[in-house]
Design a protein around this ligand. Structure first.
Ligand code: 4AD
Ligand code: MG
Length: 431
């Protein structure tokens, strides 16, 4: 293949000849000149075709070429403040690679189902580029954050023998004649990992058979899960706060163009600074009550409750000490008040809901066994997990952050389905 230039680099080639390869974004004519806007994933470049500069057949092609046709063009880079990006290409040669059929996505309003059916094409649009580039930055920021703090990445498995986050959202699969489940969380494997390496994390896809159809739920989503030996609830609350701030600052610093494309109000993101407000479950329940919300004490907060709670704050709010009865089996009870557990949920501003759930874990063998039995979980499948409490058990804590919720919040897209390249939801497994 001939070497070519990516559009993001043409600034380095002013006055020189380059070859670009990409797809036709749009075209227009003005008198004897034809303008082709080419996109290649790194940017958009206006290409100018003059009748005198091109063989007639190539000039005619400029009239016929369809949206999203693939092509290779050669020309001279010319500075022009009117061109998007500040540079244009004066064409000397156009080579069509494939003439595209009539492109289904047009610059008009399409229904969201239509766009989702065409997700494989929809990701070519500039808004979707922006979201995907923010996602890439968020993931890189997370990796840098943990690497710089000397956490070791330890991948958790996807096939698992048991539930982590309740049995009602398990995807079951046949595993050579016995049952296996797609993982709901990598946490249970980070616990042994942190006993081996001190501070670890995993980052991978997680699965929940969520029967609810909301804008905050996917059936397949990506979670980042740190786990720290000798850490208590306060320690991981601080870690969560630092992580969220790091991600937001990084996206503001490096993805300003993308946030502009998305028309995100970045002033709201600039407010995300330490300290985050921290309130207990009891205080949160009281806040809902004082606002006249019909919330029943002892229940978990629903999506609307979370939105109302977040409205009082300009930054993420951390809610801790939930009733044990509504939380997972592995959470450490509070010694002063054993009905409550040492856990935290972080609720994003602007109604994006819970972005982080974490806790201190039970480190006493017998208490953990009792909880496994109380939750009607199969103790045999948890022998290895109980083992961790037999060989040098220590207090340890961790959390999970669903990255699509964070990306939706930072980009301002209203539904999680736009925060992941190919969303999986209750009613969708295509494309
Ligand atoms: O609160 P969750 O269920 O916590 C856990 O899974 C723990 N085992 C994590 C840990 O301590 N290592 O889920 C954690 C986060 C939520 O706060 C949310 O951001 C995201 O995962 N999440 C979802 N994101 C998209 N779609 C869903 N259906 C989600 N369910 C949870
Ligand atoms: Mg949760």
């Amino acid at each position: 293949m001939m070497k070519h230039t990516y559009i993001e680099d043409i600034i380095k080639h002013e006055g020189k000849e380059v070859t670009l390869k990409g797809w036709l974004y749009n075209r227009r004519s003005s008198g004897k000149v034809r303008f082709l806007v080419l996109r290649d994933g790194t940017g958009y470049c206006q290409c100018v075709a003059g009748a005198a500069d091109l063989p007639p057949s190539q000039f005619e092609l400029c009239e016929k070429i369809t949206q999203e046709s693939s092509l290779e063009v050669r020309g001279t880079v010319h500075k022009d403040s009117r061109a998007p990006g500040g540079f244009e290409l004066i064409l000397k040669e156009i080579r069509l690679i494939q003439m595209a059929e009539e492109y289904p996505i047009q610059p008009k309003e399409h229904g969201v189902d239509f766009l989702l059916d065409n997700r494989h094409l929809w990701i070519r649009s500039s808004r979707q580029h922006a979201v995907l580039k923010v996602r890439d930055e968020v993931i890189k920021a997370i990796r840098d954050f943990f690497y710089d703090r000397h956490f070791i990445l330890v991948d958790s498995p996807i096939f698992t023998p048991a539930a982590c986050e309740g049995t009602s959202t398990l995807f079951e699969t046949d595993y050579f004649g016995s049952k296996a489940y797609l993982t709901q969380s990598g946490q249970l494997y980070q616990e042994p990992a942190c006993m081996a390496l001190g501070r670890t994390y995993c980052f991978g896809p997680t699965f929940r058979a969520e029967k609810s159809k909301t804008r905050r739920h996917l059936t397949e989503f990506w979670m980042i899960e740190p786990e720290v030996a000798f850490a208590d609830l306060d320690d991981i609350m601080e870690l969560a706060e630092d992580l969220v701030i790091y991600i937001v600052e990084r996206v503001l610093e490096r993805k300003g163009e993308e946030l502009k494309t998305l028309e995100r109000d970045t002033k709201k993101l600039e407010l995300v600074k330490k300290p985050f407000p921290k309130i207990s479950y009891d205080e949160a329940a009281q806040m809902l009550k004082s606002r006249g919300i019909p919330f029943e004490y002892g229940n978990d907060f629903g999506g609307t409750d979370e939105t109302i709670l977040s409205e009082g704050f300009d930054r993420p709010v951390m809610i801790h000490h939930y009733p044990a009865a509504i939380k997972a089996f592995y959470m450490q009870p509070d010694i002063q008040n054993p009905d409550k557990v040492l856990c935290v949920d972080v609720i994003a501003p602007e109604g994006y809901g819970e972005i982080i759930g974490g806790s201190q874990r039970i480190h006493d063998h017998d208490l953990l066994l009792k909880k496994i039995q109380e939750y009607n979980l199969p103790a045999e499948a948890f022998q290895w997990y109980l083992d961790i409490r037999k060989y040098g058990s220590v207090p340890h804590s961790g959390f999970g952050m669903g990255i699509e919720r964070v990306i939706a919040w930072i980009t301002g897209v209203s539904h999680l389905r736009e925060a992941i390249p190919f969303p999986r939801t209750l009613n969708r497994i295509y494309p």
